[in-house]
Design a binder for this molecule. Structure first.
Ligand code: CA
Length: 649
């Protein structure tokens, strides 16, 4: 009897040890994610239309109570279809219907500790995250997640469009990292990152058969922000947690969560073309609003003296000039930058706000997020770093009619700092204040999670075009890259349509702007943020022709829809955005040669073209608005000048 009993046991045992493979597909069946637990490692791979987009890549994490990177076994799977309809006003698209197949895999490690991996797979996006239950005897009830093994193993030959993570406490007044490093286009994966610290999200990859954009979303006060490690052959790029030195070394690099708990979503957008990359809404699809807006927030345009007039302009009289400029243009806001509390003073800011309101303009005020985490000296400091200070400050802001704040110089991606972002946003909402962040991290679903969040800098922004001629030369490259990358996952406060020819208040000295007027105007459409800086200067009112001024007055900032038409990151971009009943097609050319395009415009109600005008020698002289002439099939031929652009409307 005993022997008979043994036989089936021996037979059963190997089966339970065998690797398990589970598959899930997108609703249209074209995107396939396959998860496997072979050798005790959980891996996933992705194909699109049968083509490999991600080679087997690792899953798992290490917590302070258990190792979930090895000895893993898939126990069971659950599948469901989810569908949700939502609207939001601050991003590329107003109304989204998100449909996805969701797969939940329950796994255990060699110590029989449990965790689950959730995959949410829509037609061009994969989002996954880990859920961690309490273990035996309902313990532990809290955990530190110290490390994540999640990797992205792209096919060989893939090239990269990525931005290096810099060492902490470097740069001006020890304010880094702040997502302000230079992107490099079309580099091999094997190239080492510039600072040996990997890369900041989002990361764009060009495969032989398509494109992949990797980022994360749903990061709030319950977790740290992450980035990607350097490339490692065989494993690809791995999710990396903050560096120890961020936040002046204070606070953990781990995430501290209550159990049951979950990690943020890691997102992978895949496409055979760049269309799904530019149009993705995955950052918003898998998150939910965390609180109700206290009032209806509105988008708009703002003037900003600091970009070109710098610190000297933070005085009452100069701010009046930029308020008057906003009023003349019909713009909603004027941003008063750093040192206002000292150089204008709080009493006169009350007067200035009153003056602005009398002109139909609302003030936004700059703040230093500091605190204690870097040496940025600008004031006001210590006004937003505790809830006691915030409450006092924001009650005052509301009482004097200030509608928005720009908060600068944050301290990296540790959970400590994520908590500060959330606390500022939540408190600001109670006083009807919208928030723009600078010197900061990228948003991770925040436009949907926090209804009074507007945008983040988190890019090598317009201030650099002022600071150095090198950045002015790089501007076309950067701005033809971001619609495919940085701005594809979150709103971006690049900081201004610049109409001065020279980066100086007299518009005669220092270095020149390298872009044409049509290029600059088109950036108001290609750069997406609901509160857009039009960095015009008072002198531009006399310098620009009536056509240009009229058009600049009409620039919308709120979009119902966005469509990719053509482009290549870092070279050129053609996008269509829809506002109310009007389509706008905007394009930028970052190349040294004129670019001839044939575009089919039959889907868009565009009738006019604003474009660079050239003289007989081909030199761009001015800007022209002319009727669009399409052929019977709806095609138009357009030539874009080097560093030029156009807008159809
Ligand atoms: Ca900055």
């Amino acid at each position: 009897m005993k022997k008979r009993f043994l036989l089936p046991l021996l037979f059963v045992l190997p089966i339970s040890m065998m690797a398990k493979e589970v598959q899930t597909t997108s609703p249209n069946g074209k995107l396939v994610v396959t998860i496997n637990d072979e050798g005790g490692k959980a891996t996933y791979n992705i194909t699109l239309n049968g083509q490999q987009m991600l080679k087997p890549s690792q899953l798992g994490f290490k917590a302070n109570f258990g190792d979930f990177t090895q000895g893993l076994r898939i126990l069971q799977e659950r599948k469901e279809t989810i569908s949700k309809d939502y609207t939001m006003w601050q991003t590329k698209q107003k109304h989204t219907l998100y449909t996805a197949n969701q797969l939940t895999l329950d796994l255990e490690n060699a110590r029989q500790q449990k965790m689950s991996i959730i995959f949410s797979v829509s037609d061009n996006d994969v989002a996954f995250r880990y859920e961690i239950p309490r273990q035996k005897n309902d313990n532990p009830k809290c955990a530190l997640i110290t490390e994540e093994a999640s990797s992205f193993n792209l096919p060989d030959g893939t090239t990269t469009f990525i931005c290096p993570q810099i060492d902490p406490m470097k740069g001006w007044e020890r304010t880094k990292p702040s997502y302000e490093e230079e992107y490099k286009a079309d580099a091999p994966m094997t190239e080492k990152s510039r600072y040996g610290q990997g890369y900041t999200f989002p990361c764009l990859f060009h495969l032989s058969n398509g494109w992949v954009l990797i980022s994360e979303t749903g990061v709030d006060s319950h977790y740290c922000g992450a980035h990607l490690s350097d490339y490692q052959a065989g494993n690809g790029y791995t999710v990396a947690y903050p560096q120890q030195g961020e936040n002046n070394g204070f606070g953990s690099t781990s995430a501290q969560i209550a159990l049951p708990g979950k990690t943020p979503w890691r997102t992978i957008t895949v496409g055979e073309t760049l269309k799904p990359i530019v149009e993705t809404t995955i950052a918003y699809d898998v998150v939910e609003p965390l609180y109700e807006p206290s009032q209806e927030y509105k988008g708009g345009r703002y003037t900003w003296s600091w970009l070109i007039w710098q610190d000297n302009s933070i005085n009452y009289d100069d701010q009046v000039k930029f308020i008057d400029l906003a009023a003349a243009m019909g713009y909603e806001f004027c941003l008063v930058d750093n040192w206002w509390d000292q150089n204008i003073g709080r009493e006169r800011i009350v007067e200035l706000s009153k003056y602005a309101q009398s002109k139909g303009v609302s003030l936004m005020l700059w703040y230093n997020s500091n605190g204690a985490w870097n040496d940025a000296p600008q004031t006001p400091r210590n006004c937003l770093s505790t809830s006691i200070a915030r409450d006092r400050e924001m009650a005052w802001l509301k009482s004097i009619g200030v509608k928005g704040i720009k908060v600068d110089f944050f301290a990296g991606d540790k959970q400590e700092t994520m908590k500060l972002y959330e606390d500022i946003l939540y408190d600001a909402n109670r006083y009807g204040i919208q928030c723009i962040f600078h010197g900061c991290t990228i948003p991770r679903g925040w436009e949907r999670m926090y209804p009074n969040y507007v945008a983040s800098e988190a890019v090598l922004a317009s201030e650099n075009v002022f600071f150095s001629e090198h950045a002015a030369i790089q501007e076309p490259f950067e701005l033809t890259l971001h619609p495919f990358c940085r701005n594809a996952v979150g709103t971006m406060d690049w900081g201004g349509v610049i109409m001065n020819k020279y980066l100086s208040p007299d518009n005669k000295s220092r270095h020149t702007r390298k872009t044409t007027d049509a290029f600059e105007i088109a950036t108001a459409f290609t750069n997406q943020t609901a509160v857009q800086c039009i960095a015009m200067q008072p002198n531009n009112l006399e310098e620009l022709n009536a056509n240009e001024l009229d058009f600049l007055k009409q620039i919308p900032t709120i979009w119902d829809d966005t469509r990719f038409i053509d482009g290549y990151p870092g070279r050129y971009v053609v996008l269509a955005r829809h506002h109310n009943d009007q389509w706008y097609i905007a394009a930028l050319n970052a190349q040294k040669e004129p670019l001839q395009l044939t575009l089919n415009i039959s889907d868009f109600n565009v009738k006019n073209l604003l474009i660079d005008k050239t003289d007989k020698k081909g030199k761009t002289t001015t800007i022209a608005t002319q009727p669009l002439k399409a052929d019977k099939k709806g095609n138009v031929k357009i030539t874009m000048q080097p560093n030029g652009g156009f807008v159809m409307f």
